[in-house]
Design a protein around this ligand. Structure first.
Ligand SMILES: [Zn+2]
Length: 86
């Protein structure tokens, strides 16, 4: 599950694939489970976290990689909390 801010709301997204492409060597790397740490050929970027969370490592900045991850359903956290309370 990944979390993003949409306006004042926090939205959780189901992670289907955790994939990035290195913009330096062109290597496409995918983390398949929580402790599946993958580096690209040139070692500039890495992914980790599998379908649990998105962790990225880079050398220069976020322009080092292209995001290729796929996401499934989105959940509004506040409405989930509301449901849990009632
Ligand atoms: Zn690379």
């Amino acid at each position: 599950m990944d979390f993003k801010q949409v306006g004042s709301k926090t939205v959780a997204r189901e992670i289907l694939r955790n994939v990035i492409k290195c913009n330096h060597c062109g290597d496409v790397i995918e983390s398949k489970h929580a402790h599946d740490f993958k580096s690209c050929k040139c070692g500039c970027v890495h992914v980790d976290g599998g379908l649990e969370y998105l962790r990225r490592g880079f050398t220069n900045g976020e322009e080092d990689y292209e995001e290729l991850s796929e996401f499934g359903k989105e959940f509004d956290i506040e409405s989930l909390l509301h449901v849990a309370k009632s």
